[in-house]
Design a protein around this ligand. Structure first.
Ligand code: ADP
Ligand code: MG
Length: 380
């Protein structure tokens, strides 16, 4: 167990890292953030930011010398950086688990080989692989194996020809997945420790717009049977990965069947609701998991709806000029909690903040979230 006031290393300085820093501070820890970008959201509030590339040897040596344990908020941190750190200090999650989550080909094959249900898919390393694809896979989505997020690095295709074009455009290994009719998307954030104990947060229901998460709500509107199964699958998966730390599992529910879409080796956008809706947040749990503390209670105390605030809102009014949204309209709502990430520049599709509505009544929370969303100019 690593007690406070030890210094914790966080690889990545985005909003997930920023919430981690706050949670670590509350528990009395210090945090050193590694991120190549100056004034990144987590770096702004960390005890120290090392501004360097994730694989820079000197920066990693500095973290290893000054921190007790390291974690990540970003799955695209080179797994090799975590391996280097692991030679000198504790690292949770392990480089091996992160390496699986950061490559869709490895991830999908790991899921299939361990018997987890996934979307039907096919791996493309070179153009000639396309000759082996069955016509049944179309319509489909071509996804680059690495560095895709928020629907980026994805192309919807209806024919072999289009798939070939998309593959040539990406010019990198890809998976091609059957396009499914989704009844619902849900995700589950959990933590697992070295003894194999786990703590799952309630399953959350997610709605996406243009491939980016828009709204998350708990309780998820799915049958108890499906929710129990999601929890069972996530536990099995964490065990197979020998995972230590916080893990997120994204699921599709298609024609009543639960499939694993993808995993993230860290807290997740869809788990922001835990800050305001649960006794312990996913970020506090990340601190607890990496330091070997007992897990905090994951109990949901209220229905919670989270709405993402994208950079588009900054351009919604005034002829496309960048104007700060009128936060006063949200501040007026007493059960609304606003979280802004202190990003220096607003861009279309960029996650700038979020708010949650917390209410005893789930239907009321959803209605209020929609009213609040519209009030600041979000499009329907
Ligand atoms: P990322 O979250 O890394 O951008 P995902 O693979 O989770 O990538 O895709 C983003 C969103 O696109 C999903 O949450 C879902 O809404 C939609 N999507 C992705 N794959 C499929 C699919 N095979 N069938 C239907 N919808 C999909
Ligand atoms: Mg996803």
């Amino acid at each position: 167990m690593i007690p406070a006031p030890a210094t914790l290393a966080m690889l990545g300085g985005g909003q997930l890292g920023r919430f981690f820093v706050s949670a670590a501070h509350e528990l009395g820890y210090r945090v050193m953030v590694l991120d190549p970008e100056v004034d990144c959201p987590a770096g702004l509030i960390a005890d120290e930011q090392v501004v360097a590339a994730y694989d820079e040897a000197e920066a990693l040596a500095y973290l290893a010398k000054n921190c007790a344990v390291a974690t990540t908020e970003f799955e695209n941190v080179p797994a090799i950086a975590l391996e280097v750190l692991a030679q000198h200090m504790l690292v949770h999650p392990s480089a091996g688990a992160v390496a699986i989550a950061q490559d869709r080909i490895i991830e999908k094959c790991f899921l299939r080989d361990h018997g987890f249900p996934t979307t039907p898919f096919f791996v493309m390393h070179e153009a000639s692989d396309l000759a082996k694809i069955s016509e049944d896979l179309f319509p489909a989505i071509v996804k680059v194996a690495r560095f895709g997020y928020d629907g980026k690095g994805q192309q919807r295709v209806t024919s072999l020809d289009q798939a070939k074009q998309a593959f040539q455009q990406f010019n990198a290994p890809c998976v091609i997945e059957k396009m499914l009719n989704l009844d619902l998307e849900v995700s589950l954030v959990m933590a697992r420790n070295a003894e194999g104990e786990t703590a799952c947060f309630p399953v959350v229901e997610n709605q996406h717009r243009h491939g980016i998460l828009d709204i998350s709500m708990v309780p998820a509107r799915a049958s108890k049977n499906l929710l129990d199964r999601a929890k069972y699958m996530a536990n099995q998966l964490a065990e197979k990965l020998e995972y230590v730390g916080v893990l997120t599992v994204e699921f599709f529910i298609s024609e009543g069947e639960l499939l694993i879409n993808e995993i993230a080796p860290r807290p997740h956008n869809s788990g922001h609701y835990t800050i305001d809706g649960c006794i312990t947040s996913q970020y506090e749990q990340q601190v607890r998991a990496m330091c070997g503390l007992p897990f905090g209670a994951t109990t949901l105390h209220s229905a919670t709806v989270m709405v993402n605030l994208l950079g588009d809102l900054w351009f919604a009014k005034d002829n496309g000029h960048c104007v700060e949204p009128q936060w006063g309209l949200l501040n007026k709502i007493p059960n609304l909690k606003l979280h802004l990430y202190a990003k220096q520049v607003a861009r279309s599709g960029r996650k700038m903040g979020h708010f949650t509505i917390v209410d005893a009544n789930a239907d009321k929370a959803i209605k209020m979230a929609q009213i609040a969303r519209r009030a600041i100019g979000a499009k329907d």
